[in-house]
Design a protein around this ligand. Sequence first.
Ligand SMILES: [Zn+2]
Length: 282
Amino acid sequence: MNDTTDWFTIERIAPETHQITEGQGVLPCNTFVVDGGDEALLIDTGLGIGDLRSVVEDLVGGDVRVLLTHSHWDHLGAATQFDDVVINGRERGPDGTVSLDVLEDDYDQRPREFMADWLELGKPLPDGFDPDNYSIEPIPDVGAVDPGDTLTVGNRELELVPVPGHTPGLLAVLDRETGVCHGSDVLEPGIEIFAHFEDSNLSAYRESIDRLVSLRDEGAFDTLTIGHGDPIRDDDLSVLDHVSEALTAVANDEASYEVIETSWGPTRSATVGDVTVLTPAE
Ligand SMILES: [Zn+2]
């Protein structure tokens, strides 16, 4: 399997905007390329299994900057292939390094779990890739950005919208010109809300969803991309209202739930309408 053309799926989702996907069938991971002409922004870096840099450089002509939306492993994978990487300062270590343990001590087991699942299904890997040595390397010298900053990337103006809750420093990237908001893990396909991590915060999550609802209602975007599924468009964005209602019900203890076992330990799974909310089980 070729490590660029076969490993990644590339789809144009808006003008000068592409979604690149890998890991389908186990954990589909999306990264996004916004092409501003003489500069481009890569949003997240996926699993770090194929040669993401070559794929991105084939799509754009200019220099590539990287924004990591948060420090979960499945968004960091290929970051060491790039020279100019930034993240919300809250998701970075004190020396400017981003690594798997910034937010959660045992997070380095996730890449191993992914690879075990992948191999168990007999799915192919790029030629020359050694699954036994698969890990997510720490990323040194990562620059800090602040929520609310605007990144000028060539001829594009991209707003960094704070959407904490899933993690403390999760950033969405709003591209008003194309009407796309890149929401990362603010929603999981399904629709599921992952607020069951050590440093997830349900009340921050509600405010983040309400912020996105306001931006949607003022017409700032009509497409919401997510980290692990297809973009959500137009009328389907009513899901944000459902998520807001579900988070309110969970916060008010008005949602029925069951406790399920996940690889993060016992997790409370509440379903409100078509939304499932995962929070830690006490
Ligand atoms: Zn995440």
